[in-house]
Design a protein around this ligand. Structure first.
Ligand code: C5P
Length: 455
């Protein structure tokens, strides 16, 4: 199966996806987040680290809360870009929103300056999630009809990222059957409805229609990333390079930054797994809610993996393990006395192959960084290492692979090849984890004794 390159930004698994409990619950009603939040998510630890949130602000008195929403989103680790409708600017200024978000605010669909920088399609692709808060009755009606007559409604159509709206309106407007029918249409199409709250309103009336508070918006936005696809499973990930010492100051290593493996660990955690990340030396902070074990050499990484493989349901080898190490490590710094210097190198253990050879083996995923013939090399590696799935990418190209923030992956398994578009490593990791979850559950139906054995 090949993905349609004309539709590069996939919606995350549809609300009806059987493995997707959180999303399923989220599509059922306004306050359904209470349950998945209690199950998978500790609101005190709300994290949106490295998430790109596009905040849309529409015309409502609740727009005064939008500056606070931006601040809370950023405090939770998100990068935020703001788009305002014309009516929104009657309630809060673009300058305020620019100051709190740290980025220019976009207001117009056809904006020459922005089109040369971050145009509307680029902005739509940039977002990991779109949150419209406050969302007016008019705006929800527009989105329900699929209209695209201003920048924000166009972005809602053009973005494949999950969309949430936080209604804010007078209670009569909220209760109006036309509004309720629009809400139902939005929900049917996978749009999350955050709120509204009940209580006294700016118009003096009391009832449902108040926008929910910024803190709750942040919690619900974070929950949009929690797929629940790997709940209850142990996922073991390797990441980063290894350092193979030549002497106390020199080593053999490679250009791996660890970004892809860390993104995989984060995505697995968001999918509900208990994640252990065995990381070679990197400059990256340990992902939140992930057990991170720092190692230096390939042999240390091998030992750390061996100690945990028996309890892992899924293993993802994203580390760029050095294939060879110096046969001997000099105790003292080697002096440059001779014109030439011979280093004898010996093979390091193949961690991935050792995990595949384990009995019982977890679901094993390897990475392949190639400089050419990507698919053929990936298929060869799939067979040679007896793994369930290979995620392969070309290296040595600008903007993808080692050190870059984006990656262009193909996923190869016995069923064929799926090509992902060029995505941020965070998005590519989420796609990979979704792919793994589908394959894992197909291979291990619930009654499989492996699951019981590894609980
Ligand atoms: O054989 P090659 O190094 O290209 O295979 C890459 C895959 O194998 C990656 O998933 C990497 O993490 C894993 N690997 C390993 N131990 C090694 C070498 C590679 O786990 N010694």
């Amino acid at each position: 199966m090949r993905l349609n390159p004309a539709k590069p930004f996939l919606r995350y698994p549809s609300p009806s996806h059987p493995a997707n409990r959180t999303r399923e619950l989220a599509s059922e009603g306004h306050y359904v987040f209470a349950e998945p939040l209690q199950v998978h998510f500790n609101p005190i630890m709300v994290s949106l680290t490295n998430k790109r949130i596009l905040l849309g602000v529409t015309g409502s008195i609740a727009a005064y809360k939008s500056a606070e929403t931006v601040r809370r989103l950023r405090e939770a680790g998100a990068e935020v870009r703001v788009v305002m409708t014309r009516a929104a600017t009657e309630f809060i200024t673009a300058l305020t929103m620019q100051a709190v978000s740290g980025h220019p605010v976009r207001q117009h669909l056809l904006d020459e300056q922005a089109e040369s920088g971050m145009g509307h399609i680029e902005l739509a692709r940039w977002a990991d999630a779109v949150l419209v808060a406050p969302a007016s009755a008019n705006f929800m009606a527009k989105v329900a009809q699929g209209r695209a007559d201003d920048l924000l409604s166009t972005l809602c159509l053009a973005s494949g990222a999950p969309l949430a709206v936080a209604p804010a309106m007078n209670r009569q407007m909220w209760d109006n059957p036309l509004t309720q029918s629009n809400v139902a249409t939005l929900q049917k199409n996978g749009v999350r409805i955050f709120g509204p709250d009940s209580g006294t309103q700016a118009c003096g009336e009391t009832g449902a229609g108040r926008m929910i508070e910024p803190n709750d918006l942040v919690t619900m936005t974070a929950a949009m990333f929690e797929t629940g696809e790997l709940v209850g499973l142990n996922v073991l990930v390797t990441a980063g390079p290894t350092w193979e010492p030549i002497d106390p100051v020199r080593m053999i290593t490679n250009r791996s930054s660890g970004k892809m493996g860390y993104a995989v660990a984060t995505a697995a955690m968001e999918a509900g797994a208990r994640v252990t990340l065995v990381s070679g030396p990197t400059a990256l902070a340990s992902p939140e809610r992930v057990e991170c074990i720092r190692v230096t050499t390939a042999r240390e990484m091998f030992d750390a993996v061996q100690a945990r493989v028996a309890t892992a349901h899924v293993f993802v080898g994203a580390a760029a393990v050095a294939d060879y190490r110096p046969a001997q490590t000099a105790v003292d710094k080697i002096k440059k006395t001779a014109d030439t210097l011979d280093l004898v190198l010996i093979r390091n253990p193949d961690i991935l192959a050792s995990v595949s050879a384990h009995t019982p083996a977890p679901f094993v995923v390897g990475f392949a960084a190639e400089t050419g013939d990507l698919e053929r090399n990936a298929v060869a590696k799939l067979r040679a290492k007896r793994v369930d799935l290979i995620a392969a990418n070309l290296v040595g190209q600008p903007g993808s692979g080692f050190e870059a923030d984006d990656n262009h992956l193909i996923l190869v398994d016995a069923a064929g090849t799926v090509e992902l578009p060029l995505l941020s490593k965070a998005k590519a990791a989420r796609e990979l984890i979704h792919h793994i979850a589908v394959r894992y559950h197909a291979k291990n139906p619930a009654e499989n004794p492996r699951l019981a054995h590894r609980q």
